[in-house]
Design a protein around this ligand. Structure first.
Ligand SMILES: NC(=O)c1ccc[n+]([C@@H]2O[C@H](COP(=O)([O-])OP(=O)(O)OC[C@H]3O[C@@H](n4cnc5c(N)ncnc54)[C@H](OP(=O)(O)O)[C@@H]3O)[C@@H](O)[C@H]2O)c1
Length: 317
């Protein structure tokens, strides 16, 4: 029987990282999580997550984001998936250097998972984020490292929690822009499954995988109306218009200017759906037609039955 690729995940304890680790294990890959050393300050939730990982068969390797230590762990893997947090995006240069020297890595998936950095021209505070991710892509290409970039669009549970606040009894929902622009909301588990499948797929070599499944393209007004049907009552909408978002992105100090710039791009302007998928890009649900991804309707049903706790909104705090 062919040996399954060994996958090392950086940032595997993180918001999207833990879904990637679970997806890797569920698809039968020997999986390593490279994580910062546990200390007495480590949160009990993280210690518990590591116990869960270990019982699932994950190998935990503790170390810092330092070149020599990264090189050692990379030598033990075939595929590297990075889900490092946004502030650590440039630390991926050390991963790139280590992959170059190790010479054994068949595929590198850098930390991206959001808007397609080459195809979006948002307001400056968000643009700075995307430019760093683009710089990493250019470095990977220059190093000749086999890669796949994952454009997950919006993490669905993350944004449904942010927009609709299903975990509390709300009467009022804020709409960014006029609510008509189309966005794409993908369930985190599905983004993770698409990522691990793509990392092993010869068709995605040196390509961008865009997760744009038809059932997950939705405007904010449509999302609210679907949620109203599930809840059996209507909400008052407060519109935060595009000009107001632009003003806030100019007047708020960093990092508070970042969330409004993301909301402006995704929901007011509809940047995620403003471009056609190009020749060097692939669409995930077309590439994996047998994969039963979660539609927005199913996701809202999950939220209705078991409201998920809101995540810490790293970019939104
Ligand atoms: N599309 C979307 O809707 C969306 C939403 C949010 C984020 N994103 C993107 O998804 C990617 C991952 O974001 P995330 O929110 O999942 O990340 P996260 O949970 O904030 O953090 C991921 C991991 O990064 C590592 N990390 C954090 N701080 C660090 C530090 N100071 N030094 C070294 N390592 C550190 C940690 O791993 P260890 O503790 O194991 O070392 C952490 O678990 C980013 O590229 C982000 O921009 C996309």
């Amino acid at each position: 029987m062919e040996r399954k690729n060994r996958i090392v995940v950086f940032g595997g304890s993180g918001y999207i990282g833990k879904h990637l680790v679970k997806a890797s294990i569920s698809l039968g890959h020997p999986t390593i999580v490279y994580t910062r050393p546990l200390t007495s300050q480590t949160l009990p939730s993280k210690t518990q997550l590591y116990k869960d990982f270990t019982s699932m068969g994950v190998t935990l390797i503790q170390g810092e984001l330092e070149y020599e230590q990264i090189l050692e762990v990379i030598k033990e893997a075939d595929i590297v998936i990075s889900a490092l947090a946004y502030p650590q995006v440039m630390d991926q240069l050390k991963i790139i250097d280590a992959i170059k020297v190790a010479g054994n890595i068949k595929r590198f998936v850098p930390s991206g998972f959001g808007a397609e950095e080459e195809r979006t021209k948002p307001l400056p505070p968000f643009e700075v984020l995307l430019e760093k991710k683009m710089k990493i892509r250019r470095e990977i290409e220059a190093a000749g490292i086999p890669y796949t970039s994952i454009n997950g669009n919006c993490f669905a549970a993350y944004f449904v929690n942010y927009l609709l606040r299903p975990y509390e009894d709300v009467k009022d929902i804020v709409v960014y822009g006029n609510g008509e622009a189309k966005a794409v909301l993908n369930y985190e588990e599905d983004i993770a499954m698409f990522t691990v499948k793509a990392a092993n797929d010869p068709r995605t070599l040196n390509k961008v995988l865009i997760c744009r499944p038809p059932k997950n393209i939705i405007s904010q007004n449509e999302l609210i109306s679907l949620w109203e049907q599930k809840c059996g009552h209507t909400f008052t909408k407060t519109f935060l218009l595009e000009e107001e978002l632009v003003k806030q992105s100019e007047s708020l100090p960093p990092p508070h200017n970042i969330p409004v710039s993301i909301l402006h791009s995704v929901f007011a302007r509809g940047d995620l759906m403003k471009f056609e998928i190009g020749e060097d890009e692939l669409e995930a649900s077309q590439l994996y037609p047998d994969y039963n991804y979660t539609s927005i309707d199913e996701l809202l049903h999950i939220f209705r039955v078991h409201p998920l706790p809101p995540p810490p909104y790293a970019a939104f705090e």
